[in-house]
Design a protein around this ligand. Structure first.
Ligand SMILES: C[S@@+](CC[C@H](N)C(=O)[O-])C[C@H]1O[C@@H](n2cnc3c(N)ncnc32)[C@H](O)[C@@H]1O
Length: 839
């Protein structure tokens, strides 16, 4: 019984956010469905978005600037160009992944293989799908867990013949048994090589499809009732997107996750602060002295042109400045990721952009800054069926309609915002001193200058790009026409040794701090939560006039002129600056209204308190007979300030507990948006408040605690179990199995658990294992009622009928199940026809 049976209440608003925000692209307006519809029908008409004014026009799926840019970069060979563009203009086929830690994983896989693969194929028999299989497993994804369909999301929604399949996808996605995710977006977590004991940081995680995948891997081979040793911290700066992330990961029902809302480039390392007031609350020594990770996923904000197939409105908006504008932030986030990585640990850097300035240039800069302590991993033999291309070693930079081959050209033009690190060599060229006057000129005023004329003349013959001397071919670029997918860029990096000492310079970005730091040397593996930027002074870098000089730090504050404001995360400005509610504020570290995002309680975020109310804990333990083997004490938290009115109690794994303790000692540097598995909820109904235990077990927490409870548990036959799911409330006397009705009536009033007896052999001794199916119920005065949402009841009924059909088909299991199925299918014959109305 792993995670993946997301139950509990899902608010309508959350669902809407979830639907609207599931695209794997940062801040983008909604795609125009009519454009997709036009393309679905094979109509590749030129189309135009209209910025939301008046009726929608189909989108133009072409952009001359895009063509010129990528042709010049040689991103594909001239022979492939037409095919590349053709695929980019064709809607993206839908893909999804089965949750490997769901207890129904095998059932779902077999339903796809034995039912949908055939039925969908038969329903849509036409040329293409006949050849390849309308739905089929992605050959490169392990264990047939990831699936491709030949249909776009629009086709799945609109095509009547696909209705049953679409309903299946919707239901299983909502429950958490599958996740709808673009095929290429599943690649980065695969190359991260995560193991169940790993501490993983997902730096830019929303909306969370990769986080979900990471959790699945962490949970792999976890036994029922136990939790993996590892954990995931999923972080995102955007509050609304953080909510999507929480919604997405709730479906996993996990105690091994913390969702945070920090800036990734300043993600805290949580070094304990001896003066911290909360330190006295920690009864144990912290397990580690700093938050470091075995694995880091750095799926940074990017221009997102790899997702053109599902977001055709991007055609109109695309410009080369989008990538240029994100380059600096991408480096900062990636560098922070590397410094939070343990030596020997692995980081995957990825984007859904094809642009080398956001990809190879960033990776090249990381390698240069880390001076030999980080290397690119050769993963060319891993997942051989995944078609990918080596990273580029030469590219050019486009700025203000000019092609720039090296930083030398930037010096000639005096253009701001184009950084040395954007070029393959990363070499900074310094303009001769007598050019000082020119330095002051703006781009407009130099437009007619000799330098520009020279450059424009040289452009007629084409600019010669630099060639990187770094092994950037070890990066991967996945192109849409190679395997009918979106595009993605992935680089796998390993930390070989601590990072070299770096010169500490005050952060100049928007002059965050007035306090001047002295020039001292500090390892970047240490923390600089105060925003200090680190610059490398390693041998590697010092020898070549490198980008890592003070002027580069200045350059990061300048936005290239073409930068799309919409995509520029720095434009979130003060809105996203988090303020302290209480605790010390050092005025020396504050400029204007901006405050440091370290220490103290975070405004607008519920506190995380260890729940220590012994009276409540003991009443829960006694009522449910929770055995001593279950790690209980210290693993419960609440999110109320007032511990006397706690409504929900959350359960956390050992790994999460250790991180929370460290965070407390460090003065709560992590801004925790969500943590813990909802395990107990206070019963608020009138009948509930008179029950001996005020807390019921929540559906999410049940799989974890089930093997450890010894009281308030009853075992139902298949027929009674199904009746409960169908009719929700049944009187004790009305159960088919009278003995079950009697046992239920003898339970204490309040929450109880009904476990389905093994379908195959109803008389065998009961033991809780990965296949055990159980639901939370309420033992009332004269009846038993289910405490499971309608959608979960629907899903369980569906799963049971699929399982029963497979049992029925197996020759060894005949009579008992046939009888049971008959009674279930014809409830009136079992004498319970009136139940629904009675209840
Ligand atoms: C490409 S998306 C991530 C997609 C995600 N990994 C997934 O698979 O669902 C990039 C994310 O970075 C977030 N972001 C932008 N700037 C950030 C920053 N400075 N720190 C942390 N997250 C940031 C955006 O809100 C966005 O959700």
């Amino acid at each position: 019984m792993g995670g993946g049976r997301g139950r509990g209440n899902r608010s309508r608003t959350q669902r809407k956010h979830f639907r609207d925000g599931r695209e794997n692209v940062w801040k983008r307006s909604k795609p125009d469905p009519s454009a997709e519809a036009a393309n679905v029908d094979g109509n590749n008409e030129k189309t135009n978005g209209n910025n939301g004014r008046g009726p929608w026009q189909p989108f133009a799926t072409e952009n001359p600037a895009f063509d010129e840019y990528y042709k010049q970069q040689g991103i594909v060979s001239p022979q492939e160009w037409d095919s590349f563009i053709h695929f980019l203009r064709t809607p993206l086929p839908a893909a999804f992944r089965i949750n490997s830690s769901s207890q129904f994983c095998e059932d779902i896989k077999s339903q796809l293989e034995n039912d949908f693969m055939k039925s969908v194929q038969a329903e849509v028999a036409d040329g293409d799908s006949q050849e390849e299989g309308a739905i089929r497993p992605l050959p490169w994804y392990p264990d047939n867990l990831a699936w491709h369909s030949n249909f776009s999301r629009m086709q799945l929604r609109k095509n009547q013949t696909l209705e049953r399949f679409h309903e299946f996808l919707k239901l299983e996605n909502e429950i958490g048994n599958i996740t709808r995710q673009e095929a290429v977006s599943m690649v980065p977590p695969l190359f991260l090589d995560v193991r169940p004991e790993h501490f993983v940081l997902d730096m830019c995680a929303a909306p969370g499809s990769k986080t979900f995948q990471l959790l699945e891997i962490i949970y792999k081979s976890t036994k029922p009732g136990s939790l993996p040793d590892g954990m995931v911290i999923a972080n995102d700066l955007d509050v609304q997107r953080c909510n999507l992330l929480i919604h997405q990961t709730k479906r996993m029902c996990t105690a091994n996750l913390i969702v945070t809302n920090n800036e990734a480039q300043h993600f805290p390392g949580c070094r304990p602060n001896k003066n911290c007031s909360k330190a006295s609350e920690i009864e144990f020594e912290p397990q580690f002295s700093q938050l470091l990770f075995d694995r880091v996923l750095c799926d940074v904000p990017c221009s997102g042109d790899g997702t053109l197939r599902k977001a055709p409105d991007m055609w109109r908006k695309w410009n080369s400045g989008m990538g240029n504008g994100l380059h600096s932030l991408q480096i900062q986030i990636a560098m922070r990721g590397i410094s939070l990585l343990k030596v020997g640990g692995r980081m995957v850097y990825s984007t859904c952009s094809m642009n080398p300035v956001e990809n190879e240039a960033v990776v090249g800069e990381i390698l240069r800054r880390c001076g030999g302590s980080v290397e690119l991993v050769d993963v060319s033999n891993d997942f051989p069926q995944l078609i990918r291309r080596p990273g580029l070693r030469k590219w050019k930079v486009r700025d203000k309609n000019l092609w720039l081959g090296s930083h030398k050209d930037v010096c000639k033009l005096q253009t701001s915002g184009v950084l040395p690190s954007m070029f393959p060599s990363g070499i900074r060229h310094v303009a001769p001193a007598d050019d000082d006057q020119q330095h002051e000129d703006s781009m407009n005023s130099v437009e007619g200058s000799e330098a520009v004329k020279d450059l424009l003349t040289s452009q007629e013959d084409g600019v010669t790009p630099e060639v990187s001397d770094l092994p950037l071919e070890l990066c991967m670029r996945i192109m849409p026409h190679d395997q009918n997918s979106g595009a993605f860029f992935i680089a796998v990096l390993q930390k070989l040794s601590p990072l070299p000492a770096m010169e500490i310079k005050p952060a100049r970005k928007k002059n965050l701090f007035s306090k001047k730091l002295g020039q001292e040397s500090k390892s970047p593996d240490q923390d600089f939560e105060d925003g200090t930027e680190l610059e490398l002074e390693s041998e590697d870098a010092a020898g070549k006039e490198h980008p890592i000089s003070s002027s580069e730090a200045n350059a990061t504050i300048n936005e290239p002129a073409e930068t799309s404001l919409e995509l520029d995360p720095s434009n979130t400005g003060d809105e996203m600056v988090l303020e302290k509610v209480d605790g010390d504020t050092d005025p020396g570290k504050t400029i204007g209204k901006r405050k440091l995002q370290v220490q103290g309680n975070w405004k607008g975020v519920d506190p995380v308190n260890f729940f220590k109310d012994e009276a409540i804990i003991n009443s829960i333990k006694t009522f449910y007979g929770i055995d001593e083997s279950f790690p209980f004490s210290g693993h419960l938290i609440s999110r109320n300030n007032d511990n006397n009115h706690v409504k929900r109690i959350y359960y956390i794994s050992k790994s999460v507990k250790e991180v929370l303790e460290l965070n407390l000692l460090a003065g709560q540097q992590l801004k925790i948006a969500s943590v813990g598995l909802k395990m107990f909820e206070r019963q608020s109904s009138r009948e509930g408040t008179s029950a001996p235990c005020a807390f019921r077990i929540s559906s999410e927490g049940l799989p974890v605690i089930l093997p450890h409870i010894t009281k308030q548990i009853v075992y139902a036959s298949l027929v009674d179990f199904k009746h409960l799911l169908q009719y929700k409330t049944i009187k004790f006397a009305d159960f088919v199995d009278t003995e079950f009705g009697e046992k239920a009536s003898k339970l204490m009033m309040g929450c109880c658990v009904v476990v389905l007896r093994d379908i195959k052999s109803s008389s065998a001794p009961i033991q809780v294992d990965a296949s055990t199916i159980a639901i939370g119920c309420w033992r009332g005065r004269s009846s038993l009622s289910v405490m499971v949402t309608a959608i979960d009841c629907q899903e369980l009924l569906e799963r049971l009928s699929v399982r029963m059909n497979s049992v029925k088909d197996s020759p060894a299991q005949e009579c008992d199940n046939d009888q049971l199925m008959d009674t279930v299918d014809k409830p009136e014959e079992a004498g319970i026809g009136q139940l629904a109305t009675e209840s």
